[in-house]
Ligand binder design. Structure first.
Ligand SMILES: [Zn+2]
Length: 236
């Protein structure tokens, strides 16, 4: 693998189910040589996560800690087939970037058509930069349609390391392969996400890295290697 320069999907203790502070996570991200580092706490649909107010006050955190280009965002829940997000615009406006994703605790898995509509509607939302782990077989998706929409609306789909070791999700590996195959077919990049909930997992791609490597993916399609091109997706 090339040198990983960006990891955009991680959590701190603020999310209620992670175990290190923002400072500790940043220090380790810098130790691992990241240039861009993203912390994305969950929005309110995940039980025990930080309150909305957390997102309103992110301005107090310096974005150059330990020499990083630190980006503070949220992993916002998609809660219905219209792609509705569970964080208000006044909070979204304070974020550096937005990850949107489906989580079973606050979304009712529907038909393939319904789930695909949910994510494509989120992709069409101009606030959204990345879609997290669209790979759970319990939530069937039309991957070709997803990648086409992601390309059209300049959004990245995530290949999530954590999902590959989560026993509750179904067919994650097969579905991630479908994402990658379609990204190759449509020449649209993707981003690998560690989904780290502790320092040791930052930029850890021990599951998704070998999967990506096994599929002969052109490096140009992997945004973790290209901070400048990644920034184009975060700016929108
Ligand atoms: Zn998630």
């Amino acid at each position: 693998m090339n040198k990983i320069l960006a990891d955009m999907h991680t959590h701190t203790i603020a999310s209620g189910h992670a175990y290190a502070t923002l400072t500790e996570m940043c220090k380790e991200a810098a130790n691992k040589g990241l240039e861009i580092y993203g912390i994305t706490e969950h929005s309110s649909g995940i039980p025990g996560t930080c309150a909305d107010l957390y997102f309103k006050n992110l301005g107090v955190v310096p974005r150059d800690l330990f020499g990083l280009d630190l980006r503070l965002g949220a992993e916002i829940n998609i809660i219905d087939y219209n792609g509705t997000l569970d964080l208000g615009q006044e909070y979204i406006d304070r974020l550096d970037f937005v990850i949107a994703g489906i989580h079973s605790v606050c979304y009712k898995f529907g038909s393939k058509e319904e789930n695909t509509a949910a994510i494509i509607n989120a992709i069409k939302n101009p606030n959204v930069n990345i879609i997290s782990h669209p790979d759970d077989g319990r939530c069937p998706l039309d991957y070709e349609a997803l990648v086409q929409a992601a390309k059209e609306y300049h959004v990245l789909l995530e290949i999530n390391n954590n999902a590959l070791r989560d026993k509750n999700r179904k067919n994650v590996k097969e579905n991630q392969k479908l994402i990658i195959e379609n990204c190759k077919k449509y020449n649209h990049p993707f981003i690998m996400g560690s989904d780290a909930h502790f320092t040791t997992d930052i930029a850890n791609y021990d599951h998704c890295g070998p999967l990506v490597e096994s599929m002969n993916v052109d490096n140009e399609l992997i945004m973790n290697y290209y901070p400048d091109r990644l920034m184009e997706f975060l700016r929108k």
